[in-house]
Design a protein around this ligand. Sequence first.
Ligand code: PLP
Length: 397
Amino acid sequence: MTDTFTGTFTQQEPIPDDAIERAVEIMRSGRLHRYNTGPGETSETALLEQEYAAYMGVDYCLAVTSGGYALTTALRAFGLQPGEAVLTNGFTLAPVPGSIAGAGGHPVLVEVTEDLVIDLDDLRKKIKTSKARVLMLSHMRGHIADMDALMATCNEAGVAVIEDCAHTMGAEWAGVKSGLHGIAACYSTQTYKHMNSGEGGFLVSEDAELMARATILSGSYMLYGRHLASPPEEVFLKIRLETPNCSGRLDNLRAAILRPQLKLLDENCRRWNEQYDAMASELSYVPYVRLPHRPDKEQFVASSFQFNVPTFTPDQIDKLLKTTLARGVELKWFGADEPVAFTSRHDSWTYAGNQSLPKTDEVLSTLIDMRLPLTFSLDDCHLIGRIIRECVLAARN
Ligand SMILES: *Cc1c(COP(=O)(O)O)cnc(C)c1O
């Protein structure tokens, strides 16, 4: 009845052995820089870009130092002007509004629905009032909005969409990979995402000029010809001298760590969803617990788990967090007054100005968040689900 969980919520799986072996070879060679190649040689980073482009089914891919860097670079390559408005989700992680500020823009925050996706009614309103040319769409925690309706809205209004796919690498909307709806998409390979190189990221797009600018921005000097998934030379000739170098290249060591992981990605996505189903089976029928509704078209990857306790008071939530933690289950709450660890709310991004988001505040005030690392077994997930269930019922009484 009072069993506890003893696993660690931040423990990822080890890097695969073949990746470690290749990483050691690269270190022995001393040639870690992506442009440190001999005649006719291709670098590990260029191969990784080629393989990720093939995985996504796109022509162009650029590997960079982080997901946040990919976001900033996408906005710069799009041609964002200083002080320009950029629409984005009010519910997202701090690097998303941070990337907008980093590119010189001004974040305009859009409300979230109770299913944790961007609110399309509020988006339509704010497209009109902000006159923004671009939406930085964050698929926060892997929740994918109705992309058919969203793209229809943005296309009609002439708003470009850049996708933050930090939590949707490997996911799809109606059979189309997440990241292929907008003009560009950004991925993270930071430790807590779907592939792990410590830090790292990708930018993918079918827009040749945007990708040529992004490549020069990333610090390719005049060595862009050594890429395997970049636009043709003539596109670079147009923009290479007017585009600044803002170094953020990926290195061969991280690329070596990532290449074998890409082969495991689809299988790992399936494993995450098995874990999610195990958790959901323990919680979906529990009174006071609301799981976000996920339409059939949303082929999500559940590397984390969210639920609301819509009728709970802050004291009851506090009790829930304390009693679950005492039994080894580490939950995060988006309603806390102070930002804690990775979890922050829009009102702590004060550089964006005070923006009123009553609906988002209401949803976040009872939103609970949990990591699902692949080191958990399905039995672990059932146990965690049961512990949460018992603590929810107890916190209510
Ligand atoms: C992690 C994350 C990012 C940024 O990734 P980094 O590689 O850490 O810069 C962007 N958006 C969301 C939603 C994230 O969770």
